[in-house]
Design a protein around this ligand. Structure first.
Ligand code: GDP
Length: 412
């Protein structure tokens, strides 16, 4: 669904998804990102990794190496929601940057290769995301490749990541003949015909009917085991309804007890629309995650995701752009406008906010303010470094990394 970015300030806090894509190098993170940007209308031409025309890999060094180094933040709209896509580097040499980007995410899509399944780097990034309590959904990519096997990839997710997979799709066709998926919640088929931009929705193909019903049942049983409200419905009715299943999948994603698994082929442009729908349905908005914590003069404090609270933001990247220094901020609380004076809490130095920009892949648009939950780039900040806290001078604090050993949100 293409969207008009001029109206993106109308998106409420509950409509924001601060999203990262986590993957082993080569699993298809760049390709998935490009398809998301294309489908959301953030870019108007398709970038291809092999042509070196991708917009997220805008650093020439990165293009040369063919790996993703930059944690670029890109804003796009999907179905009335604003998705701020924070590109996390997948290469182990850059794990400091991975950690910094994990701090500012509210949720992530973990991309796996349908042939290789869970690879060593996907495992280490998964563990880092566990430490930061980042809720995730999984996308098994490259379903078109020879040897692609969703069940084997799902088995490796269960065994190596030690998490319960909740598979919500059944692939239609194998390898080269992979043409779509059955959505097991709605029991509808989505197919992507060559040359068409949007998928066609229709009934489940007859040949797949039994298999789809078997897998739907398996999904219901697994969800009922983990979720009390789903269990209640499972016992009282012949089946768990799609809305109850969806609500349970969201709770289980937020608590980290299970991971929703989707599949597709980003390269063939198949499966990315349902992935975006799943991002909106299952991953959290800023108010769904616990308030950020900080400290000042030895006393701890919390800041809620509230535009009226005292301002607090984390600098997660500084980029020397041609037009000057751009400071990427995750705003956790409060509101900033152009001209505001803020405190770099660690350095005990004030900074003045210049233009506030929303980054849309290949261009920036100026916005009049940034509020709790936002990810923006600001001009005018002179010295604050990546990792610094910017806050209201009258309510200082230094943000703590939100490292958790326990689930993010408990299931009600
Ligand atoms: P990254 O390193 O995770 O960012 O992966 P890339 O997006 O750069 O993809 C790595 C390689 O896999 C590139 O040659 C892509 O064209 C290819 N690729 C990505 N997605 C798919 C897919 O769905 N199917 C196939 N067959 N190849 C893919």
């Amino acid at each position: 669904m293409r969207a008009d970015l001029r109206h993106d300030h109308l998106v409420p806090l509950t409509g924001i998804r601060n999203l990262g894509i986590l993957a082993h190098v080569d699993a298809g993170k760049t390709t998935v990102t490009e398809r998301i940007l294309y489908l959301t209308g953030a870019v108007h031409r398709r970038g291809e990794v092999h042509e070196g025309t991708t917009v997220t890999d805008f650093d020439p060094l990165e293009r040369d190496r063919g790996i993703t180094i930059f944690a670029a933040a890109v804003s796009c709209l999907w179905d009335g929601h604003r998705i701020n896509l924070i590109d996390t580097p997948g290469h182990v040499d850059f794990s400091d940057e991975v950690e910094r980007s994990l701090r500012v995410l509210d949720g992530a899509v973990a991309v796996f290769d349908a042939v290789a399944g869970v690879e060593p780097q996907s495992e280490s990034v998964w563990r880092q995301a566990d430490r930061y309590g980042v809720p995730r959904i999984a996308f098994v990519n490259k379903m078109d490749r020879a040897g692609a096997d969703l069940d084997a990839a799902v088995a490796s997710i269960r065994a190596r990541l030690r998490v319960t997979p909740l598979v919500v799709q059944l692939p239609i066709g194998r390898e080269d003949g992979f043409t779509g998926v059955v959505d097991l919640l709605r029991m509808r088929a989505l197919t992507w015909d060559a040359g068409r931009d949007t998928p066609t929705e229709g009934p489940v193909p007859e040949a797949l009917g039994d298999e789809a019903r078997r897998r739907r049942r398996l999904l219901e049983e697994t969800v009922a085991e983990l979720h009390p409200a789903a269990l209640e419905e499972f016992c009282a009715r012949p089946e768990i309804s799609a809305p109850t299943l969806a609500a349970a999948l969201r709770d289980l994603t937020l608590s980290g007890e299970a991971v929703v698994v989707l599949c597709g082929s980003a390269y063939r442009d198949r499966g990315v629309e349902p992935l975006l729908d799943a991002v909106v349905a299952y991953l959290p908005a800023p108010p769904d995650v616990p308030p950020v914590r900080g400290a000042w003069d030895g006393s701890g404090q919390e800041r809620p995701a509230d535009p009226a609270a005292p301002f607090a933001a984390l600098v997660f990247k500084v980029h020397a752009a041609a037009t000057g220094r751009l400071t990427y901020l995750r705003v956790y609380a409060g509101t900033i406008r152009r001209g505001d004076v803020v405190l770099d809490a660690g350095a005990r130095r004030t900074e003045r906010i210049g233009r506030i920009l929303r980054v849309q892949a290949d261009r920036h648009t100026e916005t009049d303010r940034a509020t709790a939950g936002d990810i923006v780039a600001v001009a005018g900040v002179k010295a604050a470094r990546a990792g610094a806290t910017l806050c209201a001078p009258g309510a200082p604090l230094v943000l703590e990394p939100p490292v958790t050993a326990s689930p993010v949100v408990s299931v009600a």
